[in-house]
Design a protein around this ligand. Structure first.
Ligand code: AMP
Ligand code: MG
Length: 401
């Protein structure tokens, strides 16, 4: 045990875990199947967007100089609709072309008059104001052919998917989804829906962790909770190691007699480190079982969630060579005293209120690491560095949940 790094600063723990990276495979999927996936390579535009100068309004395409002395009456010579095959329209001085939003601007025109500003009579249009040289969306003004549109690691949100399509990509390279096993451990655990006997509680960690895995675009495999026994854990670890790219356990990693996850990893697994300087959530361990990386997360529900965010997320980010998910961090002024620690990064749950002076952080509920209610109602976690006091009035960083 003595040679295994113990109670490490967070950065060191992350760096150690990243010496055992997961391999990142790339697959190509259609845009319909790309939602919530992670872009695996930089994506450049295959076209100019827009591909041609077009109108931003329904109205008339004109020559700017023809409209400088209103009222000006022009002859309507053609119509440009948003459709192919109309690229050869043109006009000369004294003429206007009726134009629809998105339709190509005729040759010779350099301004669009919105329909609201026009009086139409037969094949004539009268304008009572000078045209302005806008309402033309210039070829390539959104993105030019060959330009970088989306960076590797971008989560494919609905707006990013639209961007892929605009750039002309029918399929996109994405990170192959990882299978991430989740094993809860503890004799006291029952599934919601079952009857609780005295001393038992509902198992909640695996559901929360499964949600976090899905949020990152991977595949959770939630195994049934395992009893506190070396045999049962050994069996379940072996199955998970075979079926998954990575597996997470919750519970059984502290100093207690019943903390068999730690004991099993110490004696039969490949333990890389144990305990990290974060509060809550200091007991986690990392190692591998039969060659498959695993994180042993603490059993307390808040701790398991916090450790996933602080340790597993950076591990996945680093392993996959992406910057997703970004940590979303804001500054907020503490409205209440928050208990910090001397040697740990302190991650208290706070709610945020937006005010004229910026965000105000409150800690309305008790901070026991078993109190999932205070996590589910929180907006963020304080990022109080070791030794940083958490007095009311301080401007601190908050990691958004
Ligand atoms: P442990 O780390 O196993 O000592 O567990 C610490 C605390 O977390 C105990 O109060 C456990 O009952 C509780 N706990 C452990 N696993 C879970 C779980 N999967 N869901 C909810 N609570 C849990
Ligand atoms: Mg336990």
């Amino acid at each position: 045990m003595s040679e295994v790094p113990y109670f490490l600063p967070l950065e060191e723990a992350i760096n150690l875990s990243l010496k055992h990276k997961l391999s990142c495979l790339v697959e190509h999927v259609s845009l319909d199947n790309a939602h919530q996936r992670i872009l695996a390579e930089d994506l450049h535009s295959m076209v100019n967007d827009p591909p041609f100068d077009n109108s931003a309004m329904d109205g008339f395409a004109v020559r700017h100089e023809d409209t400088q002395h209103p009222p000006s009456t022009l002859k309507v010579v053609a119509t440009s609709q948003a459709a192919a095959g109309k690229s050869d329209l043109s006009l000369v001085s004294g003429q206007a072309v009726r134009i629809m939003t998105g339709a190509p601007v005729p040759n010779g025109a350099d301004a669009i008059i919105p329909i609201e500003a026009c009086i139409i009579s037969g094949d004539q249009v009268t304008l009572n104001q000078p045209s302005k040289p806008h309402f033309i969306r210039k070829c390539g003004e959104n993105i030019a052919e060959g330009q970088l549109g989306l960076e590797k690691g971008t989560p494919l949100t609905p707006q990013a998917i639209s961007m892929c399509a605009t750039m002309g990509h029918p399929t996109v390279p994405v990170v192959q989804r990882l299978k991430i096993g989740i094993i809860s451990t503890g004799d006291e655990l029952k599934s919601p829906g079952e009857q609780l006997s005295y001393g038992e509680i509902y198992e909640s960690n695996s559901y929360g962790l499964s949600g976090l895995v899905k949020m990152l675009g991977h595949i959770p495999i939630r195994y049934p909770a395992v009893h506190d026994s070396m045999e049962a854990l050994r069996e379940q670890f072996t199955i998970a190691a075979q079926e998954c790219d990575l597996f997470l356990t919750s519970g059984g990693v502290s100093m207690g007699e019943w903390d068999f996850v730690r004991k099993l990893m110490e004696t039969e697994g490949n333990l890389v480190f144990w305990r990290v300087k974060i509060r809550p959530g200091s007991p986690p361990l990392f190692g591998h079982w039969n060659g498959t990386p695993m994180f042993g997360l603490p059993g307390n529900p808040v701790s398991s969630h916090v450790v996933f965010r602080m340790l597993v997320v950076p591990y996945l980010r680093g392993s996959l060579g992406t910057n997703y998910p970004h940590d979303r961090i804001v500054h907020a002024r503490l409205n209440t005293n928050v208990r910090s620690t001397k040697d740990c990064l302190t991650l208290r749950r706070v709610t945020l209120k937006s005010t004229d002076e910026g965000f105000i952080a409150n800690q309305p509920k008790h901070q026991g690491s078993g109190n999932i209610d205070s996590l589910s109602s929180a907006d963020g976690l304080t990022l109080l560095q070791p030794g940083q006091s958490g007095e009311a009035g301080q401007l601190i960083q908050v990691l958004l949940l």
